[in-house]
Design a protein. Structure first.
Length: 736
């Protein structure tokens, strides 16, 4: 029976009133009288009876997920459960209670920011591009080209975990499945935002995400959703205060896992410190990966966060999970958004905002109850990026529905764009030849490439897990300027010739047990045998001083990186932990380092679906687009590729001999364009871009140099390109 069909626990409504009564659980949580217990089903009734005795006063509150059950202290007292009481419970139940976790009200907040109009105007003025050349993000994400191939998200089911979605919105109601609607707090079938809080702008957050994902196309109400034929549902996960139990998160992440394809989760911890996942969320992820989508694996999409350059998403348990797709944010000008976080967990990047303040083309829905201003262009933040990415993944699933959750991760690695749209600064190449970036992951999502590649994609091999523990921990070294550094080496052969053998890495986790008074000033870097460096944690410079010091406590952190993707793990891994000694007073000890390698034992992946990097740099972005398109899909038959090349040569000669008055490319979304026509359209578009952007004179002047007169008129622009930046340029194609 579905959790939201069991309205058996009305006392959950009283949880809201606990907000004013609770005290600090840790730095960022509030204690409650609720506890999650892991109990096997065959022992449940016996344990319930034992815990109901006066000694414990734990009343049963309901099933959460798997073997996890919620209990409530009937004689509630503020503060944590006594450790002695926990041990007594274990003894009384003969260790049939495997885990006990007190529930805290986590501050889970929507990952969106309200626009600062003054700063936004300044950013527009600083941009190198004329206003007319700032296009909507859907073009640069390749969405229109995916639509041209007739991929619109049809029959793909997306669940939005947020603070509610307005299911009556005229831009959403035709795509909303009311059977996929749940309040994780009350277990009722209700997912509208709380009406009494609609004066707050952030209460529209879930509705805004829904519009970006599946807003109806062509109805002239708001914007077009990326997957405008997808089926959406919603779980109202947290309340107006941005708080939720881990139990509620677990319910949301496992809700209707056999029906839901994608869980779009535009939220995260509001925290300056390291946050661990609760056992309910952990179980939801692991069970979803194994059982979700009837064994293909649930797809969980999360934003990297809105903390900006001084934050790091490896402190966020959702972002660093190997089961999630973590998405970074880029601004409308191709630069990193000022709110996006440094993050080695990011797989890919999407836009976090639209074109400009006055005519943004990233328009989405907002709640219409009780008001009528049901659209907005002000929505921006990493929530936008995660929602857009969820829509693009839906297009790929429509192209090939049997893709596993790991297939989706591999597709994002191989089809995301690293040239032509994003800043080139800080890009580097890992040992397997992938271009990586601490802000953008493997690049900007390209829906067109993703759906084309998905159609012929072969499933990745079974996941292997190789665990290696360090043998020697070096003593702390005091460096110049009172810096302390501990370097640990971990040698591995990738568990060669065992059932856990890993020859190609996907995710790498590092589990560290250490002790220091000031952990949030630590810089931690992992170096692979193939000489790739990944910054697992960067120390904060402006952390709240009251939260800065942690005395006399052993610390256990698990950190993750995707930046070693496809590397061979065999050899020596080096972990460097560096701490500013002025804060630590010379105190740092590392007790253990465990390296966990996730990957496959098959060393035969299809190599990058992108052209070699040196070829990208030979021409400008516009001409390079054609080059990448031809070389990127080497999986096409050689004969077809040769035919395309010949067609392009003929097309170029045609443009050099024929007078052109005007060229407009109209996309027809109702007909399937074959591969050759699709490439020709790309070539026509790119050629005109090349003529318009490579020269600061009208095209007619350029043609005179070649003694071939044309009638093309292109407005002269004296736009000086910023160093190491290839600007975004609007397409000539006219979007219907």
């Amino acid at each position: 029976m579905n959790t939201c069909q069991m309205n058996l626990y009305p006392f959950f409504l009283c949880i809201y009133f606990l907000l004013a009564l609770s005290v600090a659980c840790t730095l960022n949580e509030d204690y409650t009288p609720y506890h999650l217990l892991e109990i096997e089903a065959r022992h449940l009734e016996e344990v319930k009876s034992l815990l109901d005795e006066d000694e414990f006063n734990l009343g049963y509150a309901g099933h959460v997920i798997g073997d996890l059950h919620l209990f409530r202290r009937l004689k509630s007292t503020q503060g944590p459960m006594n450790e002695t009481l926990v041990e007594k419970i274990q003894e009384k139940t003969q260790r049939r209670v495997k885990k006990i976790e007190q529930q805290c009200l986590q501050r889970l907040l929507p990952e969106a920011i309200l626009p600062d109009c003054f700063e936004h105007r300044r950013k527009i003025r600083r941009s190198l591009l004329p206003q007319k050349d700032r296009c909507d993000p859907l073009h640069f994400l390749g969405v229109y080209e995916a639509w041209e191939q007739n991929y619109t998200g049809k029959n793909i089911r997306i669940l939005i975990l947020d603070n509610g979605v307005d299911i009556t919105h005229p831009d959403l109601e035709n795509n909303f499945d009311k059977s996929m609607c749940c309040d994780a707090w009350t277990r009722e079938r209700s997912c509208n935002p709380y009406v009494e809080y609609l004066e707050r702008e952030d209460i529209h957050h879930g509705t805004q995400c829904a519009g970006l994902i599946a807003g109806e196309k062509g109805n002239n109400i708001c914007g077009d959703g990326v997957a405008y034929h997808a089926i959406i549902g919603a779980v109202r996960l947290f309340n107006i205060h941005g708080k939720a139990f881990d139990a509620e998160v677990g319910i949301g992440l496992s809700y209707k896992r056999d029906e839901v394809d994608i869980y779009s989760c535009s939220f995260g911890y509001q925290s300056e410190v390291y946050e661990s996942l609760g056992i309910a969320a952990q179980n939801a992820f692991t069970e979803g990966a194994k059982q979700g989508r009837n064994g293909k694996g649930s797809i969980y999409v999360f934003p990297s966060g809105n903390g900006g350059s001084d934050s790091h998403c490896n402190r966020n348990g959702y972002a660093r999970s190997i089961y999630t797709v973590t998405i970074g944010s880029v601004g409308f000008d191709g630069n990193k958004a000022n709110y996006t976080e440094l993050c080695p967990c990011v797989l890919a990047t999407a836009f976090g905002e639209g074109g400009d303040e006055f005519r943004s083309q990233l328009i989405t829905t907002k709640s219409v109850i009780p008001r009528h201003d049901n659209c907005t262009w002000k929505f921006r933040g990493s929530s936008v990026s995660a929602a857009l990415a969820s829509g693009v993944i839906a297009l790929a699933l429509e192209a090939k529905n049997n893709l596993t959750s790991r297939d989706i991760q591999h597709l994002l690695v191989r089809t995301s764009e690293t040239n032509g749209t994003l800043w080139k600064a800080d890009w580097r190449t890992n040992g397997a030849g992938h271009r990586i970036n601490d802000w953008f992951g493997f690049g900007l999502i390209n829906a067109s490439k993703m759906v084309w590649t998905a159609k012929t994609w072969k499933p990745v091999d079974a996941l292997h897990i190789c665990t290696v523990t360090s043998a020697v921990i070096s003593e702390p070294n005091l460096l110049g300027g009172s810096y302390i550094m501990v370097t640990t080496q971990v040698k591995t052969d990738g568990c060669k010739k065992s059932i856990n053998e890993v020859l190609k890495v996907e995710h790498v986790e590092v589990k560290i047990d250490f002790k220091t008074d000031f952990p949030y000033h630590l810089n931690i870097v992992l170096r692979s045998p193939m000489k790739t460096n990944s910054t697992l944690i960067k120390g904060k410079s402006n952390i709240n001083k009251s939260n800065m010091e942690i005395r006399d406590k052993a610390i256990s952190w698990t950190l993750m990186s995707v930046q070693f993707w496809d590397e061979n793990p065999e050899g020596t891994w080096e972990l460097t932990m560096e701490l500013d000694g002025t804060y630590s007073r010379g105190s740092m000890n590392v007790y253990s380092v465990v390296l966990v390698l996730y990957g496959t034992s098959v060393n035969e992946y299809k190599k990058d679906l992108q052209a070699p990097e040196e070829n990208f740099n030979k021409e400008s972005h516009d001409s390079g687009t054609i080059f990448k398109f031809l070389y990127g899909y080497y999986i096409w038959p050689a004969a077809l590729a040769s035919g395309i090349v010949v067609s392009l040569i003929i097309l170029f000669k045609f443009f050099r001999k024929v007078n052109i008055n005007r060229m407009e490319v109209h996309f027809n979304e109702n007909t399937q364009t074959d591969v050759s026509e699709y490439v020709l359209q790309k070539a026509e578009n790119s050629l005109l871009h090349l003529q318009r952007t490579r020269f600061n004179t009208p095209v007619s002047s350029v043609d005179n140099v070649h003694e071939e007169q044309t009638n093309i008129f292109v407005e002269t622009r004296n736009v000086k390109e910023k160093e190491e930046m290839i600007p975004l340029v609007c397409p000539n194609a006219v979007k219907e």
